[in-house]
Design a protein around this ligand. Structure first.
Ligand code: ADP
Ligand code: MG
Length: 255
C-alpha cells in the first residue's frame, strides 16, 4: 500500500494498548517532508510510545504507519532505519568508556551495509572517520572527539546522542526530550544546535519545555491520554483553551 510521498510520516488511526491501558489512542498524524513538528503533552500522555510505534520497536494494536509514502506498519526497526529514520531516547544510550569519536564510528559502522565491509577496506576507514567527525562537528563537539564519554558533561552527552542519530544521514529524525535534565545554559546550547540542523531533514521532537518547542518548530501536536487534542500552528495551539487548561492544571499539580 502506498501513500503521498510528500509526507515524511503519516499515521492513520494508530493505537497501542498495554493490557487495558490505551497509551496511544486512535492517533492520526501527517508530517510533511522538511517540516519541524513538536509533540507536547503531560507525563504519561503516550509521547514516547508514539515514537516507539513510528520506529517499529513497538507494534501497534491497530492502525497504519507510512514513512515517505511507504507502508511500514509491520516492518522491523532496522528496515525503517534503512528508509531514513533515526531516533534518540529519553534515557542515554552511549558507551561510557569509549571516546566521543569511537561512539560515532560505531554508529557509522552499524549503518554501513555488510557487503561494503568486504571491499574497499582502506577507503572505508577514511570514509567512516570523515563521517564520524562531521557528525561530531554538527553537534558542536569537534574539540571533544578524544574525550571518554563518562568525562563529558551531561549536556555534551546529550549532544553526542544527537550526533549518533545523525550518523546515517536520516531524512526523518525523532528526538525524545533532547533538553531533559539540562541546565538552562545547556538547554540553550542544545536548542541552538538543533535549529542549525539541515532544514531538509524532517524533525519530530518531544519537548517538555513549551518555550523550546515554540523556538524549534512552527507546528505543534498535543497529546493527552493517548489522543491528539490539538494540532496546528504554534500560536493557534498556544491559544487553545483546552491546551491552556491542561498545562495550567499540570503546573498547579506540580507546584
Ligand atoms: N511497555 C509498557 N508496558 C505497559 N505500560 C506502558 C509501557 N510503556 C508505556 N506504558 C504506559 O503508557 C503510558 C504512556 O507512556 P509514555 O508513552 O512513556 O508517555 P510519555 O512519554 O508521554 O510520558 C503511561 O501510562 C505508561 O505507564
Ligand atoms: Mg516520554
Amino acid at each position: 500500500m502506498t501513500d503521498s510521498p510528500a509526507l515524511a510520516l503519516n499515521l492513520s488511526n494508530v493505537s497501542k494498548a498495554f493490557d487495558g491501558l490505551r497509551a496511544v489512542d486512535g492517533v492520526s498524524l501527517a508530517v510533511a517532508a522538511g517540516e519541524r513538528r513538536a509533540i507536547i503533552g503531560p507525563n504519561g500522555a503516550g509521547k514516547t510510545t508514539l515514537f516507539s510505534l513510528i520506529s517499529g520497536e513497538t507494534d501497534p494494536t491497530e492502525g497504519q504507519i507510512f514513512l515517505f509514502g511507504r507502508q511500514v506498519t509491520r516492518l522491523p526497526p532496522h528496515r525503517r532505519a534503512t528508509l531514513g529514520l533515526a531516533r534518540t531516547y529519553q534515557i542515554t544510550n552511549l558507551f561510557p568508556r569509549l571516546t566521543a569519536l569511537e561512539n560515532c564510528l560505531l554508529a557509522v559502522q552499524a549503518l554501513t551495509p555488510a557487503k561494503l565491509h568486504l571491499h574497499r577496506a582502506l577507503s572505508r576507514y577514511t570514509d567512516h572517520f570523515a563521517r564520524a567527525r562531521s557528525v561530531l562537528e554538527a553537534v558542536g563537539l569537534q574539540g571533544k572527539e578524544n574525550e571518554v564519554v563518562r568525562t563529558l558533561s551531561h549536556g555534551e552527552q546529550r549532544q553526542l546522542e544527537i550526533a549518533l542519530a545523525l550518523a546515517g544521514a536520516p531524512k526523518l529524525l525523532l528526538l525524545d526530550e533532547p533538553t531533559a535534565g539540562l541546565s538552562p545554559a545547556e538547554s540553550h546550547m542544545m536548542t541552538a544546535l538543533l535549529k542549525k540542523l539541515d532544514p531538509a531533514m524532517t524533525l519530530l521532537v518531544i519537548e517538555h519545555d513549551m518555550d523550546v518547542a515554540f523556538e524549534l518548530t512552527n507546528r505543534i501536536t498535543v497529546l493527552h491520554y493517548g489522543k491528539v487534542i490539538a494540532d496546528g500552528l504554534s500560536h493557534e495551539v498556544k491559544a487553545d483553551p483546552l491546551v491552556q487548561e491542561i498545562y495550567l492544571g499540570a503546573a498547579l499539580e506540580t507546584a
